[in-house]
Unconditional design. Structure first.
Length: 153
């Protein structure tokens, strides 16, 4: 990244937080459940991102409790896959926005604004934030991984 790109990214991040104060939440929930109370990933099937390559709403009758949240699945097979290996299918940073985690904040992750990188699922706040996330995914993952232990307490 050259100096202009770094400055542009810094300004975009600063203006983002000024325009969207909901992003800079003080919540410390390990799993984001704000879209559908008590439900992870906004009620979407986290396995379907990997098996179908799209955001698929889960069935409220096919659920599993994990890490203090209810996870919904579109099929019993997906539920079984998640139960066998939840770390593989659960979104990173508890389903909070990956970009916000990199910046040291907790914010909602939108289940329809997602990306799989190196076999891991990441959610972002919205498409504008995801555009910033795509500028340096490895760097943001490194920053979020370093900040997540404190954020998730």
């Amino acid at each position: 990244m050259d100096r202009r790109q770094v400055l542009g990214l810094a300004l975009a991040g600063a203006s983002f937080f000024a325009v969207c104060p909901a992003m800079a939440q003080s919540s410390t929930a390990k799993i984001f459940t704000g879209l559908v109370p008590g439900t992870a990933v906004g009620g979407y099937d986290s396995v379907a991102y990997f098996t179908q390559g799209e955001a698929v709403k889960g069935d409220p009758n096919i659920t599993l409790d994990y890490e203090g949240a209810t996870w919904r699945f579109s099929s019993a097979a997906n539920k079984d896959m998640f139960a066998a290996n939840p770390e593989k299918y659960a979104p990173q940073y508890g389903g909070h926005c990956a970009f916000a985690a990199a910046k040291g904040y907790l914010a909602k992750g939108d289940p329809e604004v997602w990306h799989i990188e190196n076999g891991k699922l990441y959610l972002n706040f919205d498409r504008n934030v995801q555009t910033m996330w795509f500028q340096d995914i490895p760097g943001f993952i490194e920053a979020a991984n370093a900040r997540w232990p404190k954020l998730s307490q």
